[in-house]
Design a protein around this ligand. Structure first.
Ligand code: PGA
Length: 258
């Protein structure tokens, strides 16, 4: 049985004070103990989120289920790469996960599948679990090439890894047209994409790897539609942007069986 994993991608939002307020409020909400919750703040708020998570309190949530993730990382361990953050720095800062190749990284910062692959590999080397983002644009979908795009992104992002490593990772299916638009994909679309992603991974690394890895859906997930996605076989969680900025909404998403 794969454990559900629901991640908050804050993107370029929240200063340290806002991050602290979020975590305090989130911890007061009813949160199930059998879901991995991953909060991905901007780098500048990682320490604050960790500090609040570790502070004593009488919240209802099992804190050990709430983990930290970075929104990105560089693939090198250290060196002359001004402005970049290495996977070891991210791990040292308290993160267990790292988002890799989010569509905004691909679109605004030119990240290729080759860069995604280096980052996935580097994340594992540093002891992080990568959340590799894949997904087609509206034009690709309308042009009928959605599955080719997914296959290219999965094969490119996962090239040259070990099967046991792949079985521990997370792949987020995030159709670009659904991100931040309020137009989520249908649960059936998410299920079909998850099935297809597992088929490609099985071809690459065998069925143990493809059955072990967790597939998230991302793109306009909110408290009203999360249950429909989580009900799909093969969909193991969600990557949540806009709705993850509000602690009550994000808690409702995590508590999707409510
Ligand atoms: P959204 O973003 O939930 O605001 O659509 C999802 C994402 O970009 O990960």
């Amino acid at each position: 049985m794969r454990r559900p994993v629901i991640a908050a991608n804050w993107k370029m939002n929240k200063n340290t004070g806002e991050a602290a307020v979020f975590v305090r409020e989130f911890l007061l909400q009813p949160i199930p103990g059998d879901v991995d919750v991953v909060i991905c703040p901007p780098f500048t708020a990682i320490a604050t989120v960790l500090e609040v998570l570790r502070a004593p309190g009488k919240e209802k949530v099992a804190r050990e289920n709430v983990r930290l993730g970075a929104q990105d990382l560089h693939w090198e361990a250290k060196g002359a790469f001004t402005g970049e953050i290495s996977p070891f720095m991210v791990k040292d800062a308290g993160c267990d996960f790292a988002i890799v190749a989010h569509s905004e990284r691909r679109r605004f910062f030119g990240e290729t599948d080759e860069i995604a692959n280096r980052k996935v590999s580097a994340a594992f080397t540093a002891g992080l679990i990568p959340i590799l983002c894949v997904g087609e644009t509206a034009e690709e979908r309308d042009g009928g090439s959605a599955t080719q795009v997914l296959e290219r992104q999965v094969r490119g992002g996962l090239a040259g890894l070990a099967a046991d490593v792949v079985s521990r990772m997370v792949i987020a299916y995030e159709p670009v047209w659904a991100i931040g638009t309020g137009r989520a994909a249908s649960p059936a679309d998410a299920r079909d994409a998850a099935t297809f992603i597992r088929k490609v991974v099985a071809e690459m690394y065998g069925s143990a790897a493809s059955e072990g890895l967790r597939v998230q859906y991302g793109g306009s997930v909110d408290p009203g539609n999360i249950a429909g996605f989580m009900a799909q076989p093969g969909v193991d969680g969600a990557l949540v942007g806009g709705a993850s900025l509000d602690p009550v909404k994000f808690a409702q998403i995590v508590d999707y069986r409510r």
